[in-house]
Design a protein around this ligand. Structure first.
Ligand code: FAD
Length: 296
């Protein structure tokens, strides 16, 4: 398979990329890890006249804590950097566990978080994790900069609200208190395959061990990540969370999702997996949060 012909440019600075995007608009495509763009070219799904390779932008490859206890990740940060970060593994298990489910190590060596978010595959882990954590993306163009919440960024299958002249420069995750815990639970037919369904949960407890904040999202049950956070309010009823409340939330999320049937799973199976994985992700996230409050 051969890609259609294109001109190749490799700028070394963000401003240079923004100038090229302004000049070429939707005739150009950004190349970051290439793990989705190259298949799109080879299958002739995308026909850009210009490929703008941003692998020279080392200043977009970073991971830093923010003053509110959150996280900022540069758009060119590779999965493997995140996967091997002890800080991410310890403080953000939801992110660490989700990344471990992405393809194989070769894919994770090249693929970037910015590329995954811009590609917006409903079966991809990163869009759902960023949704569950209440994160947002930073987009930059020659016209200026804007921050877009995950819920407004993913608008359809392989479709986001990014404009043709914009570059995703960073992803930010808001702070969660030290008494919070997270988890990612996924089912795939084989290790390395795209998941049939995945669920990310983040739960924050107060000093008395009550749930005060929850983030919950489901992968691959629709064309965009399903933000299930509103269904988690029963957990914040002022009682110590137990299996009965978790089962209620899991049942309501499973009833609300609108999964597709495909060669991998029926709609009913995806709904069933949703209930199982919501239960598992919330249970694990709560247990991890409780272990930090000494209440486990
Ligand atoms: C065999 C295989 C298995 C895989 N399994 C999984 C899996 O289990 N889970 C999963 O989530 N993914 C999987 N992937 C896809 C992989 O995660 C891709 O790396 C990811 O989807 C895209 O990231 P990238 O850096 O490679 O982006 P690229 O392929 O370079 O780009 C993807 C798209 O985003 C645009 N883009 C990239 N960066 C930016 C930016 N900074 N600003 C604006 N636009 C940008 C590009 O123009 C392109 O349209 C798999 C891929 C392969 C080949």
């Amino acid at each position: 398979m051969r890609p259609p012909p294109f001109a190749y440019v490799k700028p070394e600075a963000v401003d240079e990329v923004l100038g090229l995007l302004t000049q070429y608009g939707d005739e150009a495509r950004i190349l970051s890890g290439g793990q989705s763009l190259l298949p799109l070219l080879n299958f002739r799904v995308a026909y850009p006249s210009y490929i703008i390779d941003i692998n020279g932008l080392s200043d977009l490859d970073y991971l830093r804590d923010t003053p509110d206890g959150g996280l900022e990740i540069g758009g060119m940060t590779r999965y493997r950097t995140l996967e091997t970060s002890a800080a991410i593994r310890d403080a953000w298990p939801i992110l660490h566990e989700a990344i471990e489910e992405i393809g194989h190590v070769q894919i994770r060596n090249r693929g970037t978080i910015g590329g995954s978010l811009c590609h917006a595959d409903p079966g991809a882990e990163m869009p759902t994790v960023v949704t569950a954590l209440g994160g947002s993306v930073h987009l930059k163009s020659a016209r200026g900069e804007r921050k877009v919440a995950a819920g407004d960024f993913f608008v359809g299958q392989l479709t986001t609200s990014i404009e043709p002249d914009e570059l995703l420069v960073a992803v930010s995750i808001p702070g969660w208190s030290v008494t919070s815990g997270g988890a990612w639970c996924e089912y795939a037919a084989r290790k390395g395959d795209y998941g049939i369904v995945g669920v990310g949960a983040q739960v924050q407890l107060d000093a008395a061990g009550m749930v005060e904040r929850v983030g919950l999202a489901v992968m691959n049950v629709g064309i965009v990540p399903f933000d299930a956070t509103p269904f988690a309010t029963p957990l914040m009823s002022g009682k110590v969370p137990d299996d009965t409340i978790i089962d209620k939330v899991a049942g309501e999320v499973a009833a609300a999702v609108q999964p597709n049937a495909d060669i991998h799973a029926t709609e009913a199976y995806r709904r069933h997996l949703t209930a199982v994985l919501v239960r598992r992700a919330l249970g694990t996230a709560i247990a991890r949060a409780q272990s930090k409050t000494g209440r486990s």
